[in-house]
Design a protein around this ligand. Sequence first.
Ligand code: SAM
Length: 218
Amino acid sequence: MVEESKYKEARKRMVEHLSRLGISGEVLAAMMRVKRHLFVPSERSDQAYGDYPIPIGEGQTISAPHMVAMMCDYLELKRGEKLLEIGAGSGYHAAVIAELIGEEGHIYTIERIQWLVEFSMKNLKRAGYKNVTVTYGDGTLGLPEHAPYDKISVTCAAPDVPPPYIEQLKIGGKMAIPIGRYMQKLYLVEKKNGIEKKSKCDVIFVPLIGLHGFGYYE
Ligand code: SAM
């Protein structure tokens, strides 16, 4: 009980910090509801509400809260939407999205490291999310069996937009994707008659590795 209120206070401070960065009220409320300490390795739970990335094993990280919040804001998530996330990692970003799309929406998230598939599934189950499906595989291929998606959220940096993502995005759909190897930018891509690609900010993400990503041995 004391533990829970300690985390709640830390979460409140994190959300207050994010509100000063101009994050929308809907996203702030969703981040207040997600218990981030359930998504980091137990020995790091005291760092769970700091605004920085945290190692989650296998050389991967859970993104900093401000980055999760900004990507959710750029995508303008609505209740009932169907999403694809690339890079399940800890499952935290998917949980925030799950809060924003509600129980009537669904998020499919794909992860290439088996251990992280199990870690994210365990975390999402413990935190009580039923509208998230974690799949093992090469996320550069997307997930055609559930396409088309209203939105796509890519949480690792690609060399360019993988063609399957364009095919699997609905007309009118939006995608947030970091692009670049050492110098990366976060892009908001909109599929209209053609493809509109707007650069939003400089970012640092781990690489997207796979057929339409960076090579396996870089
Ligand atoms: N969204 C995660 C979270 O909330 O913890 C953080 C994701 S971490 C920054 C990026 C993830 O992308 C890593 O877990 C990495 O293994 C994964 N990844 C990299 N290439 C991938 C691919 N081709 N398919 C699926 N996942 C991939």
